[in-house]
Design a protein around this ligand. Structure first.
Ligand code: XMP
Length: 516
């Protein structure tokens, strides 16, 4: 980077929402870097060579500060001459490190909570006496450390927020980065602008520049392959890599036969117009053979992840490419459990689904820290076609994770037809633009029906439609009954093997968006 941006460092204690803090800061045109939780004062000083470090935020995390091996801050962290804000686990750690009392809670606070703001000062300046916040914690700060004062409480948290009496050190028990905290952004802005006095001098364009330079350096401008699924992530990664590498880049679209109906043709048509080497690998049979007999969803993801890499390696052998670029984004990585302190939810095929032995010198993931809506913003800046910018997310393993149980040609055909009907019927309505995703799942349950005058015994198809901002949490869409009715009637009538259609009314969490 040429300019030194005012920067907030986010110390990562393994919380699901750690990177969300980073992106909320970026939304305010302030640069942020995620750093290890035990970063030392000397390492922070070294970072000042590259960034104008203006403040530190300690993220939340799944551990309990009362456990002996829980991740801790560096013992001298509080000596750094920078404003500090601890959130949730970070709040408890600050309390513990400065001599307060933290106890495992008798009742956990989870979800939306009312907080009473006793002193609306510092990061809480401008807040009302009562505020709606989002909590998710087990431990509780019972007594503020000496030299600190309590600023807020809830029914179960006597010290839900505090500050050091003379230094710019704050802790809050709730999550301002989560949208359910009504004044969350306001609190973060208080911290970054009023307490840290950071200047908003960073823009998304700077990130594109950074990614281009990173690709050029990491690949030494050598022959490189990129996996292109036609989804927004890999399309954006391709557009950036094309700017970085020009004709040293080969984009490979793996047609594994598990795409939506009409999709391989649409993708080929779009990308053949791009000034890049574009290859379609027709490997439908090969994927189906590898997936024969596999029922376990994690195994399916692993087999698909491995096969993708093998296809890329074969093409790389021919073109002499030594590097592979993937469009992995942040939620793919966190849900694949890439961090020491976070739980694995599922193996996104291009992350944890990778085989151990890979012939590439390096795999690059230029979008690794971004959320989907940020990727969309980058896509708009790069002038990518509308059909790519607005395309709903589609998982790398494709329909394989939307056909429950063993994949058969019949079930894949049903999945394609049902998915097409769901798309057509939903896209007939204005509300479609507000949906994150909508699709059909072929379950492995069968049910009795009556078609014509005869008994029928066929598949149960589930319809799922979700609203979300960044896929970390999502709500099922309350789409009108008449639309659901049309979808159900069409699926049951147009697909003879289906006798029943159900609508999935589960949020994420506790469910995930995809069924497998
Ligand atoms: P889940 O099911 O984990 O999905 O709630 C979150 C978002 O990620 C998409 N998804 C994937 N994308 N490779 C991908 O590129 C994958 O293996 C994968 N699995 C899920 C999913 O469609 C949703 O938008």
């Amino acid at each position: 980077m040429t300019t030194k941006y005012d920067t907030i460092l986010v110390l990562d204690f393994g919380g699901q929402y750690c990177h969300l803090i980073g992106r909320r800061i970026r939304e305010n045109s302030i640069y942020s870097e995620i750093v290890p939780h035990d970063i030392s004062p000397e390492e922070i000083t070294a970072l000042k060579e590259k960034f104008n470090v203006k403040g530190l935020i300690l993220s939340g995390g799944p551990s309990s500060v009362c456990e002996p091996n829980a991740p801790k801050i560096h013992p001298r962290l509080l000596e750094v001459d920078l404003p500090i804000l601890g959130l949730c686990y970070g709040h408890q750690l600050l309390a513990q490190a400065a001599g307060g009392i933290v106890e495992p809670a008798t009742s956990k606070e989870y979800g939306i909570t009312q907080v009473t703001v006793d002193k609306p000062i510092g990061v809480l300046e401008g807040l009302n006496y009562k505020e709606q916040v989002w909590m998710s914690h087990g431990d509780t700060v019972m007594v503020s450390p000496p030299d600190f004062e309590s600023l807020a409480h809830t029914d179960s948290s006597p010290v839900a927020a505090f500050r050091h009496k003379t230094k710019p050190i704050y802790g809050i028990q709730w999550h301002p980065e989560v949208i359910h905290t009504e004044k969350g952004m306001f609190i973060l802005q208080n911290f970054i602008f009023k307490i840290c006095k950071a200047q908003a001098n960073w823009q998304m364009e700077d990130l594109i520049e950074k990614m281009i330079k990173e690709i050029q350096t990491e690949t030494e401008n050598g022959n490189t392959i990129i996996g292109l699924s036609g989804g927004i992530d890999s399309s954006v990664a391709t557009a950036i890599a094309a700017q970085a590498l020009g004709d040293k880049l080969t984009a490979v679209f793996v047609d594994h036969g598990l795409m939506r109906e009409g999709e391989p043709e649409a993708i080929s048509e779009t990308f053949q117009k791009f000034p890049i080497n574009f290859i379609v690998a027709n490997v439908q049979e090969r994927f189906m053979n590898k997936l024969k007999g596999i029922i376990d969803p994690e195994k399916k993801r692993k087999v698909i992840g491995e096969e993708f890499i093998r296809v890329f390696e074969e093409i790389a052998n021919k073109s002499g490419a030594e590097y592979l670029i993937q469009g992995t984004i942040y939620p793919d990585r966190i849900e694949s459990g890439f961090k020491k302190n976070s739980d694995k939810i599922k193996s996104h095929h291009n992350v944890a689904g990778l085989p151990e032995k890979i012939k590439f010198k390096k795999i690059l993931e230029p979008l690794r820290d971004l959320y989907k809506d940020e990727v969309r913003k980058v896509a708009i800046m790069l002038d990518l076609p509308k059909e790519i910018v607005n395309r709903q997310p589609f998982p790398g393993p494709g329909l394989a994770v939307r056909v429950i149980g063993e994949l058969t040609d019949e079930k894949v055909r049903i999945a394609k037809k049902a998915d097409k009907i769901v798309r057509e019927e939903i896209e007939n309505n204005d509300f479609a633009v507000n949906l994150w995703q909508y699709f059909a799942v072929v379950t492995d349950t069968k049910a009795t029906g009556v078609k014509g005058d005869a008994r029928a015994y066929g598949y149960v198809v589930a319809v799922r439609a979700m609203e979300s901002r960044e896929a970390m949490t999502a709500s099922f869409a309350k789409i009108p009954y008449n639309v659901l009715e049309k979808i159900s009637t069409r699926i049951a009538n147009e697909i003879p093997q289906v006798t029943r259609v159900v609508y999935d009314v589960t949020h994420k969490p506790p469910a995930t968006i995809e069924w497998e």
